[in-house]
Design a protein around this ligand. Structure first.
Ligand SMILES: Cc1ncc(C[n+]2csc(CCOP(=O)(O)OP(=O)(O)O)c2C)c(N)n1
Ligand SMILES: [Mg+2]
Length: 552
């Protein structure tokens, strides 16, 4: 066995686990890793100028590729900076190995500058957190971390890397990766019960979520819906391309208003939940979103989400793609011509009010606001969606300009759309940069609020540095409009303290240029379409600042 340094072994292990990019922000405790990068030129180091940006970039890379990612941050304060972004990665169950350099163990208990217990800091937000205390354990720890991160329910893991471990040398066996195949099919009995229950329903409805993306089941979900002719709703947090929008069975995303959800669901007699936490809410309400006694059947690999808030009549822990395939054949067999007739009839009925029909009506309403100055944010969204280049990836963190995204943007492939998920803002810009690095052949359009962009604006520098084909449409309404709207609706107050940034206003064009980007400002609706089309058609990273209506 060859002698190898801890730092070089660490990078070799990551590469063997499929890591192509290491997102990071370096400090003294990370110097061993920075040193070893020279020996691993095929590993691309992506520097971001703050640790929350680092982690959100890695998160965007994974969300837009399905791959395990790695990020490295600077000891206790760097990990502290990263926590909000790590919360986001926990929410989306992103397979991520997060590491931080740690002070050398030779300090013992003397608490040097920058030292704190990194494991204790990271623990609440990760599946596994550990500090390496012997070089011999390093291979086993990295292998185990990778396996844990990418085994459903997936999620981030954390490794603390003391400097002395990274700088030491030993004869190490780097081992090999373990991939757990979790494409699990339900047993025959469970499948049969599920099929019978679905056939017995008169008005079934399906809610789908993130596991449709992570298990690559869009086509299978569509075929299942087609087979029984059930309307399909996207879960209440529409952060991914969870169903092909243009499929006749798709009727759109559920809102997060409990009374509205209850009303929508009350038209049905069976809730079929696949790969989702179907009714995750935001603001408290005395109304329960689930109609009383509504029966549920639920399938997915995340057992935490199954029966979490409501009892489930048939609950199955299995892969959604495998389950759809098996279930669809079983239903076709068991249902025969009767089911085919029923399904055809149901689909005819859905067609009059499905996603496509609703979109046509919605577009007409929005077009009526085309000439408004300042520009109407819904119209801006519509024009941005219409101008998207073929195969573009759309990344959204747009708050008051976002509600119509699921209704206007057609989801066509599982990596084509990524929206704000956890509710912690500042993810969008770096998320878009990560998505671009993961998909060098696809243009990325990031649709972001001005307030959200200011949490992680330095992500633009990384995009410019790597010359990424990212276009940022920045919605400038001069403040936190959603917070104003909520102060007004929940508190009846128009005293908007701390919600404007107009004195002075932020010059986003100047800011973007200072970070090395081309930047354009649009105030006149008459020039918007042309500006978007021309920007999207040209190479390079760009920011298009659009001045929009911000009143409440
Ligand atoms: C990390 C974090 N800090 C603060 C908030 C609270 N918050 C939610 S939306 C928002 C303002 C968003 O502003 P902007 O992106 O400009 O969108 P707008 O409301 O103007 O449409 C804030 C501060 C949050 N969700 N996450
Ligand atoms: Mg704003």
């Amino acid at each position: 066995m060859a002698r190898i340094s801890g730092r070089s072994a660490f990078l070799a292990l990551l590469q063997d686990e499929g890591i192509t990019h290491l997102f990071g922000n370096p400090g003294t405790t990370e110097l061993p890793i920075m040193h070893a990068l020279a020996e691993h030129p095929s590993l691309t180091y992506v520097m971001a100028m703050q640790e929350s940006v680092v982690v959100s970039m890695a998160d965007g890379f994974s969300r837009a590729s399905g791959q395990l990612v790695a990020a490295n941050v600077h000891v206790a304060p760097g990990l502290g900076n990263a926590m909000g972004a790590l919360f986001g990665a926990k929410f989306t169950r992103t397979p991520m190995i997060l590491t931080a350099g740690q002070q050398e163990q030779g300090h013992g208990l003397r608490e040097p500058l920058l030292y704190d217990s990194l494991v204790r800091m990271a623990e609440p937000l990760v599946k596994w957190a550990i500090e390496v205390t012997r070089l011999e354990d390093l291979p086993r720890i990295v292998r185990r971390a990778a396996k844990i991160a990418r085994t459903p329910p997936m999620g981030p893991v954390f490794i603390s890397l003391p400097g002395d471990i990274l700088n030491a040398e030993a004869e190490l066996d780097l081992g090999a990766r373990t991939d757990i195949d979790s494409a699990v099919r339900p047993n025959d009995n469970a499948l049969m019960r599920l099929a019978q229950r679905i056939l017995a329903a008169k008005r079934p409805v399906m809610i789908v979520g993130d596991e449709i993306v992570s298990s690559n089941a869009l086509a299978e979900a569509a075929e299942f819906a087609q087979t029984i002719g059930c309307p399909v709703l996207q879960q209440t947090i529409p952060f991914g391309a969870h169903f092909p929008s243009e499929h006749p069975c798709f009727i759109g995303a559920l809102s997060r208003s409990q009374p509205k959800v209850r009303q929508v669901l009350s038209a049905y007699d069976l809730l079929i939940a696949f790969g989702t936490d179907p009714l995750r809410m935001s603001v408290d309400s005395p109304v329960d979103p689930l109609p009383d006694g509504m029966p549920i059947v639920q399938v997915g690999l995340i057992d935490w989400d199954i029966g979490k808030n409501y009892p489930v009549e048939i609950a199955i822990r299995a892969d959604v793609r495998e389950t759809f395939s098996a279930l669809t054949s079983l239903l076709q067999e068991a249902g025969g011509a009767t089911l085919a007739d029923t399904a055809a009839r149901r689909i005819e009925a859905i067609k009059t009010d499905n996603w496509s029909a609703r979109r046509r009506a919605l577009v007409q309403t929005i077009e009526a606001k085309a000439a408004q100055t300042p520009i109407d944010p819904d119209w801006l969204l519509l024009k941005t969606v219409e101008a998207l280049p073929e195969n573009a990836i759309f990344v959204e963190e747009a708050l008051t300009a976002a509600p119509l995204v699921p209704a206007l943007l057609p989801y066509r492939d599982r990596h084509g759309f990524h929206g704000l998920a956890s509710g912690g803002i500042g993810w969008g810009l770096p998320g878009a940069v990560g998505a671009s690095l993961a998909n060098p052949d696809r243009p990325v359009v990031c649709f972001t609020g001005d307030g959200s962009a200011m949490y992680t604006i330095q992500a633009l520098w990384t995009a410019a540095h790597h010359r990424l084909p990212v276009n940022v449409v920045l919605i400038n309404n001069g403040g936190y409009r959603i917070i104003k709207q909520r102060l007004l609706s929940f508190h009846g107050s128009r005293e908007f303290v701390g919600m404007d940034f107009t004195d002075p206003s932020v010059d986003f064009v100047g800011l973007a240029r200072s970070l090395g980007l081309e930047a354009i400002r649009v105030s006149d609706p008459a020039t918007l379409v042309q500006t978007l089309q021309s920007a999207f058609a040209r190479p390079g990273t760009k920011l298009i600042e659009v001045m929009v209506e911000g009143s409440v």
